[in-house]
Ligand binder design. Structure first.
Ligand SMILES: C[S@@+](CC[C@H](N)C(=O)[O-])C[C@H]1O[C@@H](n2cnc3c(N)ncnc32)[C@H](O)[C@@H]1O
Length: 291
C-alpha cells in the first residue's frame, strides 16, 4: 500500500504565500499563517514551534479551500468567521460590515461618557451591523440600557447571534428600521447617548475600493450617497427629537467630512460640537450635545 505523503507546515505555508502573492493579497505570509492556524486549530506560535508536525488530510483540504477563497479577495475575517473588537470576539460573515479599529475609538470615548453618567443611561447604536458598538457598551457599561437599530434584517440576525454567544442578549434590544425611526416611540426624548458608525463612502469612490470591500462587504453598510455625509445629516436631523436634555450624538466619519459636519451641526443648533482623533491621530469622531 502506498504511504500517504506528509505535508508539513513550511511546505503548506510556502505554497499558500506564493499563491496569495500572485493574486495581489496584501501581507500574503501573514494571511497564510492565520488561515493555517484557523484550519488546524493550532496557534501561529505552535505552527513555528512544531514545523514537522504533519497536517492531516481533512485540514489540508480545508486550508486549500480557504486559501483559494482569500485569493479571490474574500476578506480573511469572513473566511475565519470572526473578528476581535475591544474585549469581544464577534462572529462576522458577509451579512455584516467587518468592525474596524477606528470604531474602537468611538467606543472608547462613549464608554468614558457613559461611565460618568448617573443611573441607567439610555444608549442607542444606530446601524449596529455585527453589534460591535452596542455589545461593547453592554459589556463595558453594565448600568446602561442599550438599544440598537439596523435597516438590514440579515445584519440584525448576526448582531442577535453575537449577543447570544456573549451571553449579552438580556442587555440589548434590537430594532429593525431606518435610523432612529426604528425605535419605539416611548424612547423619544429619553436617549442619553446616540452612537453610530454610519455608511460614509461617497458614490464616486466606490470603484476605487479594494476588492475585499467592494465585492464582499454589504453595499448598504458602505455607501451613503454623492457626498458620503447623507446618513450623518439625516441622523443629525432626527437626533434632537430622541435625545434627552444634554444628550449626546457621537458619530464616526471620514477625515475629510468632519469640517463640513461641524459646520452643519452649528447650523442645526447643536450648542456644542467637537471632533476627536482616532488611534493614528486623525480626526474621525464627531461628538455633539443637544439642549
Ligand atoms: C459602516 S456599517 C457599521 C456597522 C457597525 N456599527 C460597525 O461599526 O462595524 C453601517 C451599518 O448601518 C446600517 N445602515 C445603513 N443605512 C441604515 C439606515 N438608514 N438605518 C439603519 N441602519 C442603516 C448598515 O446595514 C450597516 O450595518
Amino acid at each position: 500500500m502506498k504511504a500517504e505523503p506528509v505535508y508539513e507546515t513550511p511546505l503548506l505555508l510556502g505554497w499558500a504565500t506564493q499563491y496569495l502573492e500572485r493574486n495581489r493579497v496584501a501581507k500574503p505570509r501573514l494571511n497564510a499563517e492565520l488561515l493555517l492556524a484557523h484550519c488546524t486549530g493550532r496557534s501561529r506560535v505552535h505552527l513555528y514551534a512544531y514545523p514537522d508536525e504533519p497536517v492531516p488530510k481533512g485540514q489540508r483540504e480545508a486550508f486549500a479551500l480557504a486559501v483559494r477563497r482569500r485569493a479571490l479577495r474574500e476578506p480573511l475575517q469572513y473566511i475565519v468567521g470572526s473578528k476581535g473588537f475591544r474585549y469581544l470576539d464577534l462572529v462576522v460573515d458577509r451579512r455584516v460590515f467587518i468592525p474596524r479599529p477606528e470604531t474602537e475609538m468611538l467606543v472608547e470615548r462613549a464608554v468614558q461618557l457613559i461611565g460618568a453618567a448617573r443611573g441607567h443611561p439610555v444608549v442607542v447604536d444606530v446601524g449596529t451591523g455585527s453589534g460591535c458598538i452596542a455589545l461593547s457598551v453592554c459589556r463595558e457599561c453594565p448600568a446602561a440600557v442599550v438599544h440598537a437599530t439596523d435597516i438590514c434584517g440579515r445584519a440584525l440576525e448576526v448582531a442577535r447571534e453575537n449577543a447570544r454567544r456573549l451571553s449579552l442578549e438580556g442587555c440589548l434590544a434590537l430594532h429593525g428600521g431606518d435610523l432612529l425611526h426604528a425605535l419605539p416611540g416611548s424612547l423619544s426624548g429619553r436617549c442619553d447617548f446616540i452612537l453610530s458608525n454610519p455608511p460614509y463612502i461617497r458614490e464616486s469612490d466606490y470603484m476605487g475600493l479594494p476588492p475585499e470591500v467592494r465585492e464582499h462587504e454589504p453595499y448598504r453598510s458602505l455607501m451613503a450617497g454623492p457626498t458620503g455625509c447623507e446618513v450623518h445629516l439625516r441622523l443629525m436631523e432626527q437626533a434632537p427629537s430622541w435625545l434627552s436634555p444634554g444628550g449626546r450624538l457621537l458619530m464616526e466619519a471620514g477625515e475629510d467630512q468632519l469640517d463640513f459636519l461641524l459646520m452643519r451641526a452649528r447650523h442645526m443648533g447643536y450648542p456644542e460640537a467637537e471632533v476627536f482623533p482616532d488611534l493614528n491621530g486623525r480626526p474621525r469622531i464627531i461628538e455633539m450635545r443637544w439642549g
